[in-house]
Design a protein around this ligand. Structure first.
Ligand SMILES: [Fe+2]
Ligand SMILES: [Fe+2]
Length: 476
């Protein structure tokens, strides 16, 4: 197992000390990263003590150390999962050949584009969440927000390392650009749509962690299959950290549901107005937030049928999540995949696409199944409390901006409807201005250890076996 060298300016397990040119280039990038963090990160909390975990190894057990740090002093570093001996290419046209330790020249631009796109999402989310600290529902949640923020910063480092180490001058330029684009910036926005959506309240934050970070999980899982071994190893370790982000999303939304059910019981009513009067989030409002973030996140997977997806699979650049364990056919040269497309007459028709071209859709399908898990759990809570309400994921055709269903008006079940009907019904399907204003009114900061805002139940347990009322962030 490789250990992480913490005596270096940049903690790493890639033997940076023995590559002076690379080390110098990254040490040059480091202060620019810190400037970006101070400007775009949770800068109002730069001087507070936060109980954070830091990577100290890369094996699954005991990889993290927990301790109190001020965020600007966090040790962002470069950590790759240990290599797998004699690893061979797991999919595509070069199946079975040894994996690559360098980027093959002919695939360079495809790799670069994927790495830059992944890298761009990491700082984007820190920028989106930049002001949330001021309205935290508890110190426990505040700590989780900061943990996610520092780890997204670390993920940026992970991608910047690959760019610097394997893409020469182009890579260094791209690494600079990753700090120059900003979420929601009119002139230089982040690359992907969802990463330019504002996250101004904690309901959006938990939805983002649940739906958008989960897109990240699936992208990382498919890059962890890559034939370019350093990229695969980088992504494998990122997934270890990423699991916590999804945990925050799932438990955050679950705690909101639990609190809402308590309030419904106390009020003896499931009327949204009655729930709101008690300062909690009514379930239909939660549903509208889910509709928004889920449909936005679906676009991140790209078009249903894509020649680009076919080439990246064929060339061994990007596989499917759990390629080895979930699939038998790793070449997919002559199989097909059935997709649903608009029939041009206001209906839906099935179309068979060559499997390789449908890889985005294969990924999206796996993602949707993963998204269902939390909803099942929350619906169980609702049912056990004795209410009929059911939270549902909208159809993957609903409100799409990319792919076969882009700008095709459909209802929540994916049935094509006409444009006027959509305009009439859409306000009931997405968070309205008054929904957002109400949610904003709930966002009062709670910072007494162990106390929770009225709209969210406490977590089942604290972090790293500490009690829920531990002072996870010392503000004074
Ligand atoms: Fe990330
Ligand atoms: Fe994440």
């Amino acid at each position: 197992m490789s250990t992480i060298d913490y005596s270096e300016k940049i903690p790493n397990n890639v033997d940076l000390a023995n590559d002076k040119t690379l080390q110098r280039a990254l040490e040059h990038w480091q202060p620019r990263f810190l400037d970006w963090w101070r400007e775009m990160g949770p800068n109002d909390f730069a001087s507070v003590d936060v109980y954070l975990r830091t990577a100290v190894g890369v094996d699954a057990q005991g990889w993290a150390h927990y301790g109190t740090v001020k965020m600007p002093d966090y040790r962002w570093g470069i950590f790759l999962a240990d290599p797998i001996a004699d690893r061979t290419i797991g999919f595509g046209d070069s199946l079975g050949q040894p994996v690559w330790q360098q980027v093959p020249g002919e695939f360079r631009s495809q790799f670069r584009r994927l790495i830059v796109t992944q890298g761009d999402t990491e700082p984007a989310s820190v920028e989106q969440q930049h002001r949330l600290g001021h309205t935290c529902p508890s110190l426990y949640d505040l700590r989780n927000l900061f943990q996610i923020n520092v780890e997204e910063g670390r993920h940026l480092w992970a991608m910047v390392y690959i760019l610097h180490a394997y893409f020469g001058r182009d890579g260094r330029e791209e690494a600079g650009e990753l700090l120059a684009r900003h979420s929601g910036d009119v002139d230089k926005p982040r690359i992907l749509g969802t990463f330019n959506e504002p996250i101004e309240d904690w309901l959006s934050f938990f939805c983002f962690c649940y739906f958008t970070d989960r897109d990240g999980k699936f992208q990382l899982k498919s890059l962890a299959e890559s034939s370019f071994d350093p990229l695969a190893r980088t992504c494998r370790f990122m997934l270890t950290e990423e699991a916590h982000h999804m945990f925050v999303g799932e438990t955050g939304l679950g705690r909101i549901v639990r609190r809402t059910l308590e309030v419904m019981k106390e009020a003896g009513s499931d009327d949204p107005e009655a729930v709101r009067r008690q300062g909690a989030v009514d379930l239909p409002l939660l549903q509208r937030y889910l509709n928004f973030w889920f449909s936005s996140s679906l676009d991140l997977f790209g078009s249903e049928v894509s020649s680009n997806a076919a080439t990246t699979f064929a060339n061994g650049i990007k596989g499917r999540p759990d390629e080895m364990t979930q699939y038998q056919d790793h070449v997919c040269a002559d199989s097909t995949f059935e997709i649903e497309v608009p029939d041009g007459k206001g209906g839906v028709m099935k179309d068979a696409s060559p499997m390789r071209n449908a890889m985005n859709e294969v990924l999206r399908d796996a993602y949707i199944r993963d998204c269902e898990i939390g909803l099942k759990r929350w619906n169980m809570q609702i049912k056990r409390a004795g209410y009929k309400f059911e939270l549902k994921l909208p159809s993957s055709r609903f409100r799409r901006a990319i792919g076969a269903w882009a700008n095709v008006p459909t209802d929540l079940d994916g049935r094509p409807i006409d444009r006027e009907e959509l305009d009439r019904l859409m306000p009931g399907w997405l968070p309205s201005a008054s929904d957002k204003a109400f949610v904003r009114s709930l966002m009062q900061r709670v910072v007494e250890p162990g106390k929770m805002a009225a709209w969210i139940a406490p977590p089942d347990r604290g972090i790293n076996n500490l009690p829920v009322d531990y002072e996870y962030v010392r503000l004074s």
